[in-house]
Design a protein around this ligand. Structure first.
Ligand code: FDA
Length: 398
């Protein structure tokens, strides 16, 4: 190994959390090595939000995050709030807009967020700190001895009293995402909550093949799984179900569980009886077609199998059809996996970490932040808010 370069902290992973952590620590006067095996930093930021980066949400309460310990995220989230990140974005004169449900996007490009974070890293110099970037080389041989972490990367090596694991989760492996964080965490004695794909499309089996013929059809729904319910659009795909409502639900779905979809969440109870009274000669397919995309209305009417004029159908049959439309059961066979998952749920168990500093309880100097940790946000800017907040929390302790 070459003579080790000496730093105050080594941050592994120049993604959202790692960039924020390195910049903040640097501005606190720390000399930081920020290392990534990718050739460029912030790759997931660049593709996020359709290239415009949904960088936060107006509100990010801890209830919108999943974790084995639902209280864990509270401390970091309360100390670095969406308005703090918005103020940072404003200070860099990046124009942004609110889309729906509090989701904030750049008007221009996600590149602006990466450029902003890199500029924040550069500001370290003014505070007597420094962020040294090393891209294109994976960390090898991460060791801990005598209170110092040592790593080898490329032909170089480095050591520091603090190591921050910010290498994310394995979702979208073709972008260089790995399970490296888990291997490293386990090696240093931390537990890992079984990682699973989240914010991911669900697949349907042959019994529900009829719905797969609707590929491309979207409609506003309320999707439910256990206690979780999301009112947003659902999209039928050639493999099953997607769209924001389904992606949200997927984080709560477990193999074997069923889900229910209210296909007409805006209709009040008794709407079919009202249709019968107002248009007794209409067919079910027609009244559904007035409320839903035509192809979906057709498939549903066929499934409900209520032929003839509404006026000739018994109220109890209409009530049963209405109930079914308000809670159409689907039995997903699985998800489209890490290849299509926007995030990874599960990860480094929070039980071994301080919620205030993200530091390992049993190994001072070891920190875990961002998606690598068992904290997973809803769709809508929450995962970046967690990356910023956890990165800040660790940096304050470096
Ligand atoms: P992140 O994955 O960003 O960074 C980890 C870094 O570690 C990467 O740069 C990687 O190259 C590096 N790395 C991995 N293994 C390594 C190794 N062995 N050695 C060295 N480096 C290694 N969220 C949101 O809030 N709003 C949004 O709009 C979106 N949109 C979105 C779209 C798509 C397509 C995806 C896949 C994801 C999103 N997300 C999102 C989720 C968001 O991108 C994600 O939660 C954060 O990027 C997580 O930040 P981290 O820094 O923890 O990991």
């Amino acid at each position: 190994m070459a003579v080790p370069e000496r730093y105050d902290a080594i941050v592994l992973g120049a993604g959202a959390a790692g960039l924020m952590c390195a910049a903040t620590a640097g501005q606190r006067g720390r000399r930081v090595l920020l290392l990534d095996h990718a050739e460029a930093p912030g790759k997931k930021i660049l593709i996020s939000g359709g290239g415009r980066c949904n960088f936060t949400n107006r509100e990010a309460p801890a209830e919108r995050f999943l974790s084995a310990n639902p209280h864990f995220a509270k401390s970091a989230l309360s100390r670095y709030r969406p308005e703090d990140f918005i103020a940072l974005v404003d200070s860099h004169r990046i124009a942004w807009h609110e889309k729906t449900l509090g989701q904030l996007f750049c008007d221009g490009s996600a590149r602006q967020i990466v450029a902003m974070l890199l500029a924040e890293c550069d500001r370290a110099a003014g505070a007597g700190g420094a962020v040294t970037h090393s891209l294109g080389a994976a960390a090898r041989l991460v060791e801990h001895a005598d209170g110092r972490f040592r790593i080898a990367f490329g032909s170089r090596s480095a050591e520091a009293p603090a190591l921050v694991i910010a290498t994310g989760g394995p979702s979208i492996p073709k972008m260089g995402a790995t399970g490296f964080a888990y291997d490293l965490a386990r090696r240093f004695g931390l537990k890992v909550v079984e990682p699973r794909p989240a914010l991911v499309p669900l697949t349907l089996g042959p019994e529900e093949a009829m719905f797969r013929t609707l590929s491309g059809v979207a409609t506003p729904v309320e999707a439910r799984c256990g206690k979780a319910r999301f009112r947003e659009a659902a999209l039928f795909t050639h493999k099953g179900l997607s769209g924001p409502a389904i992606l949200q639900l997927s984080s709560y779905w477990r193999p074997g569980a069923g889900i229910e979809i209210d296909l007409l969440p805006d209709e009040a109870a008794g709407w079919l009886r009202a249709c019968k009274a107002e248009q007794p000669r209409a067919h079910l397919k027609t009244v559904l077609g007035h409320r839903l995309p035509a192809r979906l209305a057709e498939v549903l009417a066929e499934r409900l199998d209520l032929a003839g004029d509404l006026g000739n159908l018994a109220n109890r049959k209409l009530d049963a059809a209405e109930r079914r439309l308000a809670g159409w059961p689907f039995a997903p066979t699985g998800t489209e996996g890490f290849a299509k998952a926007e995030v990874t749920a599960g990860g480094i168990a929070t039980a071994g970490l301080s919620s205030k500093t993200m530091e390992a309880r049993h190994l001072p100097g070891l920190f875990c932040i961002g998606e690598a940790v068992d904290v997973t946000g809803w769709l809508g800017g929450y995962n970046f808010q967690w990356a910023w907040a956890s990165g800040r929390a660790a940096a304050a302790a470096l």
